[in-house]
Design a protein around this ligand. Structure first.
Ligand code: ARG
Ligand code: ASP
Length: 708
């Protein structure tokens, strides 16, 4: 039985079209999915989700800056997103006296809400297919560069016309590798204020240890409010601005979800690569990921050791480590998932069926062979650049060497003066804890370079090594002798620096090494190879994807994510990560208490939360077993950018906030497996419990529409 199932599944995976639960669908075209969604359990219609003539769910969803999603939960512009999305605004508004990151922040009234400079909230007004307009004047045999130019020009015209006489902003995005184009007309709000955030040991509970993992207990939410001018239209910050009145805000359900329940996620997924050929999958999962992981292992080892030493070092490296570790962990899960699913073989099999189909179709017959040759030229350059980014740029030392290089390249005295002054100012900060930091940074610099050297990607080091030195000693001496680690020497030169002294800078061993690395990795030849082959891949993939859609004319192909609004749907569902283990689809406050460890930073629990737990004071937020639900997982297909997205039930009511994926399924950007791919959601009841019972911010709860 098991065997048959597995074979059946493999056959399904072989289709280049969506598996059960796979897909990120275009709201405007959701009518095509309506029957399937209703069959899966949805009670509402596609029009309730996206409707150009009436207020609908899409009016309650916003793009938070250019990388997260948020949803309105009141008629006063109040919206929810993740704690990790609001992180920058929470930390940057914190001081030692008012440490909102550690202690949380709850504005008691509108006047306490904190303006967040630079933060935007974007609402989609409408979308429209504009393929014909964008491809006007484009022909099949046009050189790719020429095509790009024409397309760009047409897009400018389309956008200009679309928003003429309005305050809206327009963007046009390619779909299916440029086989289709859609116009998005947006309303972009620029007065957005921080309203609330839980303490980080709730909002980031489990930290990087639990990141990408299930079972999860992170209260990953924060709250903001959109303000508008007196006319209700977007306006830059002014104290006269008023809360924006959204056309629609979400109803919140306290009913929760059970295993098997229908859910959908409505948000802004950033990037997926569902249709790439085996070469791209191989390059990423088998070549680039291992390099990135190995080099980040080195960095993380040194930062983490330092963070164990003192609280101030923990603080200093926390956000750096969070971002290094986020990719590092995801790529491990991704590569393991591809290996487990035999992803590369699957791709090759798909390509064989395509080749058979394409044999008597001259337009398509040569595409795959040409892609193969193109990747053959591109891959070595791409891998080399991965080394450059992850090794050469790993240390502050080399990043500062890059600043020296930029200074040395300036010929205009005034520009040079400004740049030199900037470096002096940066030194002020950099050298304030130099003694501690240099131990970490020197080790990272030496080890990452050595790693790259051993792999054959830093051939320029050998001729630089002097006499009896070994490479490691050479690198150490570069670090120790460079002016970058001798503030007096560096400041002295910078203070009187003019472009005439460029030669002085060039003598510096760190600058010499950095230049050697640049000249090795970024030759004209490699840049040309890269640009040319990328363009070819764009053209070939456009053809290949068009071909696949003709090969399977009855299939519904979802377009890869491109940071446009999408709907993903599926069911609340546990899974088996390994033999003998089954993961339940939800977690509770009991799990937070199980994980509690006052001595481990990531697992400290707030006394007030413990007290509520002891009293079992969960009020209306408990589930029917009397537990306080914290998180749940579902089979919705999501990716980076979906963070903060509303998770809605069959009636279109808010039941959760999306914030992550399960580690065993992180290959879903390349390959979706319904047995392993799960998105991780914060249960809305835990979010409300924290606002209401923990923080006592009843006035915020009162703004919301809560359905018992
Ligand atoms: N893995 C999630 C995402 O990709 C959350 C990242 C933030 N959390 C963290 N502990 N670093 O964005
Ligand atoms: N954590 C991701 C985000 O911030 C979501 C994901 O990759 O699943 O968008």
């Amino acid at each position: 039985m098991k065997k048959i199932l597995t074979l059946g599944l493999l056959a399904a995976l072989l289709l280049p079209t969506a598996n059960a639960d796979e897909g990120m669908w275009i709201p405007m075209l959701l009518g095509r999915n309506q029957a399937a969604m209703q069959k899966a359990g949805m009670h509402i219609t596609a029009k309730d989700i996206y409707d150009i003539n009436n207020a609908c769910l899409k009016d309650a969803v916003i793009l938070f800056n250019q990388g997260c999603t948020g949803e309105f939960v009141s008629d006063q512009g109040l919206f929810l997103t993740n704690h990790h999305c609001g992180y920058y605004y929470i930390t940057s508004n914190s001081t030692v006296e008012h440490d909102y990151l550690t202690h949380g922040f709850w504005a008691k009234n509108r006047s306490e809400e904190i303006p967040c400079r630079g933060l935007t909230a974007t609402r989609l007004v409408r979308m429209e297919e504009v393929t014909n307009q964008v491809l006007r004047g484009v022909s099949d045999n046009m050189p790719e560069e020429e095509r790009e130019r024409v397309v760009k020009e047409n897009i400018v015209v389309v956008c200009t016309e679309a928003v003429a006489g309005t305050h809206y902003k327009a963007v046009v995005k390619p779909f299916y590798y440029g086989n289709q184009y859609f116009l998005y007309v947006n309303e972009v709000f620029t007065d957005v204020r921080l309203v609330g955030a839980p303490p980080s040991n709730i909002g980031k509970f489990g930290g990087d240890t639990d990141n990408w993992m299930w079972p999860r207990h992170t209260g990953d939410f924060s709250m903001f409010r959109v303000y508008a001018g007196p006319d209700g239209k977007p306006a830059d910050y002014s104290k006269d601005n008023q809360p924006y009145r959204p056309l629609k805000h979400l109803d919140i359900s306290l009913k929760g979800v059970d295993e098997g329940d229908f859910t959908f996620v409505f948000g802004y997924p950033g990037t997926t690569q569902r249709y790439v050929t085996h070469q791209q999958m191989e390059l990423q999962a088998m070549q680039e990921n291992p390099v990135r992981i190995a080099l980040r292992d080195i960095r993380l080892k040194h930062y983490k050791a330092a963070m164990e030493l003192t609280p101030s070092q923990r603080l200093k490296y926390a956000s750096k480590v969070a971002s290094i570790a986020n990719g590092w962990k995801k790529w491990q899960g991704e590569t393991q998932g591809i290996v487990r699913l035999k992803g590369i073989e699957q791709k090759k099999e798909q390509e064989r069926t395509f080749q058979t189909w394409a044999a008597d179709r001259p337009q398509y017959g040569g595409v795959l062979a040409e892609l193969d040759r193109t990747y053959g030229r591109l891959a070595p350059v791409e891998l080399e650049w991965t080394y450059f980014n992850e090794a050469v740029m790993a240390s502050d030392f080399m990043q500062r060497a890059n600043s020296l290089r930029k200074l040395a390249d300036l010929t205009d005295p005034e520009e040079a003066r400004t740049a030199a002054d900037k470096l002096i100012a940066a030194n002020e900060k950099y050298f304030s804890d130099f003694d501690q930091h240099t131990l970490v940074d020197r080790a990272i610099f030496v080890e990452t370079f050595l790693y790259m050297h051993h792999q054959g990607y830093a051939p320029y080091i050998d001729p630089m090594v002097k006499g009896k030195q070994i490479a490691e000693q050479f690198l150490g001496s570069v670090y120790d002798q460079s002016m970058l680690t001798h503030r007096d020497k560096m400041d002295k030169l910078l203070k009187k620096y003019t472009p005439k002294q460029a030669a002085e800078l060039e003598k510096d061993p760190a600058l010499k090494l950095f230049r050697a690395a640049m000249e090795n990795a970024y030759t004209d030849d490699k840049e040309r190879t890269y640009d040319y082959n990328k363009q070819q891949i764009a053209r070939l993939m456009r053809t290949y994807v068009r071909g696949m859609m003709q090969q399977y004319p009855d299939s519904n192909f979802f377009p890869d994510a491109n940071l446009t609004l999408r709907v993903a749907y599926g069911h609340v569902k546990g899974f088996r990560p390994h033999d003998g283990v089954y993961y339940l689809p939800y977690t509770t406050l009991d799990g937070i208490m199980e994980k509690e460890d006052p001595n481990v930073y990531d697992y400290v629990v707030e006394p007030r939360l413990k007290e509520l737990y002891r009293l079992k004071d969960y009020g209306r937020y408990a589930n029917r077993n009397g537990e306080l639900p914290v998180g749940f997982i579902a089979t919705n297909h999501t990716t980076g950018g979906n963070s903060g997205s509303p998770v809605l039930n069959a009636d279109g009511q808010l039941v959760g906030i999306n914030f992550d994926r399960c580690w065993e399924g992180t290959m879903s950007d390349l390959l979706f497996d319904p047995d392993y791919c799960r998105n991780i959601c914060l249960d809305i009841r835990y979010c409300l419990f924290i606002i209401d019972k923990f923080a006592g911010a009843h006035h915020l709860i009162d703004e919301m529409t809560i359905i018992q």
